[in-house]
Design a binder for this molecule. Structure first.
Ligand SMILES: N=c1c2ncn([C@@H]3O[C@H](COP(=O)(O)OP(=O)(O)OP(=O)(O)O)[C@@H](O)[C@H]3O)c2ncn1[C@@H]1O[C@H](COP(=O)(O)O)[C@@H](O)[C@H]1O
Ligand SMILES: [Mg+2]
Ligand SMILES: [Zn+2]
Length: 122
């Protein structure tokens, strides 16, 4: 008996067979990290309860937290409007970033001119 493929057929992969997955803390809404998935990593993520990426440098499946213990438990998965990006909401144990910060963006602000919506027309 064959099982239906859990990976939506309308996902759009890059020429390298990958798409970006944004990982978000399900409780706080904080964006934690972005990494890459191929079809098999998505299938594993959808069917195992744990987030699995494809590591471009190591060229292997990378189930987040297997070395560090900083595991990501799946709460929900969504595709974006044109099917080329995933949003995965997770329960994150410990730090999402391999540098030890909670998110990959923690403490890495780049100075930017702040826009003001109350200044009409600008
Ligand atoms: N654990 C991580 C890890 N956690 C979060 N990230 C972030 O994930 C993103 C990876 O983006 P890249 O564009 O580098 O994706 P990639 O080139 O496919 O990934 P790599 O091959 O570089 O790992 C970066 O923003 C990293 O900061 C990590 N990137 C790499 N690792 C490595 O993965 C290994 C296993 O770690 P755990 O899964 O936590 O046990 C360790 O050896 C780590 O060095
Ligand atoms: Mg890398
Ligand atoms: Zn990081």
């Amino acid at each position: 008996m064959t099982h239906p493929d859990p990976v939506p057929s309308d996902l759009v992969f890059s020429d390298d067979g990958l798409l970006p997955a944004i990982i978000q803390d399900d409780e706080s809404g904080e964006v934690l990290m972005l990494a890459w998935m191929d079809r098999e990593a998505i299938r594993r993520t959808l069917t195992s309860g744990r987030v699995t990426f494809w590591s471009r440098s190591r060229r292997e499946y990378w189930r987040k937290g297997d070395t560090s213990g900083h595991r990501q438990y799946v709460r929900s998965v969504a595709m974006d409007c044109d099917g080329d990006t995933l949003l995965v909401r997770v329960v994150q144990l410990g730090a999402a970033c391999h540098t030890g910060t909670r998110s990959c963006f923690t403490g890495r602000d780049i100075p930017a001119l702040v826009g003001d919506p109350d200044r009409a027309g600008e």
